[in-house]
Ligand binder design. Structure first.
Ligand SMILES: [Mg+2]
Length: 261
């Protein structure tokens, strides 16, 4: 969850801004949390307090109606509707918000079912659900050491039918100005960025350097990298300094629950 938030904040200034350059500064005054952080906090809150995913997502997004970068158009319509229904999205939003599921459930089937439920209130498409299930499951596998890093690529291929692009392909896609907005594009790219990384910071840097949907690719990659690498304290502290009090309270509760600190 922290990994997602850090990746989101680091990537935030490049989503609609200039392309990131090698050795870019991780945190500047132009960074901020975006919808990825808000929705991730909402999913954690739903699980920690037994709220429905839909109710928690709408509550948190209504509390923060105009985040940096805004919300996607159809998600915004869903937020504003008095009678919201899932709209078959296959966008990467289901994958960027799911990381708490990979930490707060202790059984593979629960992780799969809850990832699906967290997606389905908006992303009730096979692609949207698969993206969420893949990210939550990789987090669960890595944090419980059910598989090691060398096995991730084949496990992702076998279980979720994603074939991963090479890191060179990941970097090239962004340079064309292409904006990766779907689960089937962003999730395999994020997994590859993690697999090629030397540490947590390197994973997030690779994801953001790949350009395109920088905050969401940073969030998904960061959420996976957190399950394998330690996050340096100074990076966590800096990221948390961008967040309001009510989000910090959920994060504290999440950390207490998973017993990390
Ligand atoms: Mg965003």
């Amino acid at each position: 969850m922290l990994g997602a938030i850090i990746g989101d904040i680091v990537g935030s200034r490049f989503e609609f801004g200039e392309a990131p350059k090698k050795d870019f500064t991780l945190f500047t005054d132009d960074c901020g949390y975006t919808d990825d952080t808000i929705c991730t906090v909402a999913i954690a809150d739903a699980i920690l307090h037994e709220r429905s995913y839909q109710e928690s997502l709408r509550d948190w997004c209504h509390r923060y109606p105009r985040p940096m970068g805004g919300y996607g158009g159809r998600f915004q319509d869903w937020l504003e509707s008095d009678d919201p229904h899932p709209y078959g999205s296959y966008g990467n939003g289901s994958a960027m918000r799911v990381s708490p599921v990979g930490w707060l459930f202790q059984d593979y089937h629960d992780v799969m079912n809850e990832a699906k439920a967290s997606a389905a209130c908006t992303h009730n498409s096979e692609e949207g659900i698969t993206g969420a299930q893949c990210v939550a499951t990789v987090i669960y596998w890595l944090r419980t050491c059910r598989i090691n890093r060398d096995e991730v690529e084949s496990a992702v291929q076998r279980n979720f039918h994603y074939s991963l692009p090479t890191i060179e392909e990941v970097m090239k896609i962004g340079r064309t100005g292409h904006f990766d907005a779907t689960c089937s594009e962003t999730v395999p790219m994020a997994v590859r960025c993690f697999l090629e990384s030397e540490n947590f910071e390197d994973a997030v840097r690779k994801a953001v350097l790949a350009d395109g949907d920088t905050d969401t690719k940073g969030a998904i990659t960061g959420s996976i990298a957190e399950a394998y690498f330690d996050i340096p304290d100074n990076i966590t502290e800096k990221a948390l300094s961008y967040l309001p009090k009510d989000m910090l309270e959920i994060i504290d509760e999440f950390i207490d629950t998973i017993g990390k600190e």
